[in-house]
Design a protein around this ligand. Structure first.
Ligand code: MF3
Ligand code: CO
Ligand code: CO
Length: 276
């Protein structure tokens, strides 16, 4: 049994209830989402061969500091960085370190800034110099899968409609959808109900209502969908070491469809890729 609750009247913890937010809350999410989007826009110029993911993470931290916005991942459940940087066969939750990026790498950068208590959670793929055609194709398929998931969002649709739109498209492109991680309710909490699966069947799951706020963040592999988490407790990689990609937006359900809080003001959500 799903139960929905006025966000203004619910306790500030994940009780499994689905919060319904009002216009002022949407404005708060828009401000947080736009700060995150501007940071991800600025990273387009920074991601280059030779740059370390620690330098990227330092930029993210500094960008937040300049705008009075703490990164939600910093000290979150023992994570000690301001971003996740997931390279090549890393699926998600890669930890920034001192290894330089090299020509041909693909990297997902996932950032969440907190503005006035609201969490703007978004990630994109970046190509490092010239990338292989297969990598470019994986990135395009993953981006398109997120956009198809978003297109399924409207009142009366279900979370299963989102998952089915993503899975049907991805598998039709001979790629696979990671099952071990999902999208999530977001707002004053970083991770809240409901879970948004990136696979499933149309009509199943939770019914979408105006005022719901959540992320969609499909992880797509060129090979098999299976992942394992490394001994650092965070870094998730493909078991078959095939390439993996991810895009993430934070969105709110409106009367007509949805509002994308983390849309890129510069039109760089899908950064330009250079094919080898
Ligand atoms: N930003 C990630 C998400 O999309 C969560 C990262 S949690 C961390 O939900 F601890 F790994 F940073
Ligand atoms: Co997220
Ligand atoms: Co994220």
């Amino acid at each position: 049994m799903v139960n929905y609750v006025d966000a203004a009247e619910a306790p500030p913890k994940n009780t499994g209830q689905i919060r319904l937010y009002g216009p002022r809350d949407f404005a708060g999410m828009q401000a947080a989402g736009q700060l995150t989007a501007r940071c991800l826009d600025a990273l387009v110029e920074i991601v280059k061969p030779g740059v370390t993911t620690r330098e990227i993470d330092d930029f993210v931290y500094g960008f937040g500091k300049q705008h009075g916005a703490p990164p939600a991942t910093l000290y979150y459940r023992g994570f000690t960085k301001s971003s996740c940087t997931s390279i090549n066969h890393v699926v998600c939750h890669g930890i920034p370190n001192d290894k330089p990026l090299k020509e041909g790498d693909i990297v997902n950068i996932d950032v969440t800034f907190i503005v006035d208590g609201w969490h703007g959670d978004s990630s994109r793929m970046y190509g490092v110099g010239r990338i292989k055609r297969a990598a470019e194709r994986l990135i395009e398929v993953t981006h398109e899968s997120l956009m198809r998931g978003i297109a399924a969002v409207k009142p009366g649709a279900t979370t299963g409609d989102i998952g089915a739109a993503i899975q049907d498209y991805v598998e039709g492109q001979r790629c696979s959808v990671v099952r071990d991680f999902c999208g999530h309710g977001v707002g004053k909490l970083f991770h809240d109900a409901p879970n948004i699966l990136h696979y499933g069947r149309a009509g199943e799951g939770v019914k979408l209502k105006p005022g719901m706020i959540f992320t969609i963040e499909p992880m797509v592999n060129l090979g098999r969908p299976h992942v394992k988490v490394l001994s650092d407790g965070w870094t998730a990689v493909t078991r078959d070491r095939s390439l993996s990609a991810q895009f993430e937006h934070s969105i709110g359900v409106t009367a007509e469809g949805c509002q994308i809080f983390t849309a890129s003001p510069a039109g760089l959500f899908m950064p330009p890729l250079i094919s080898a």
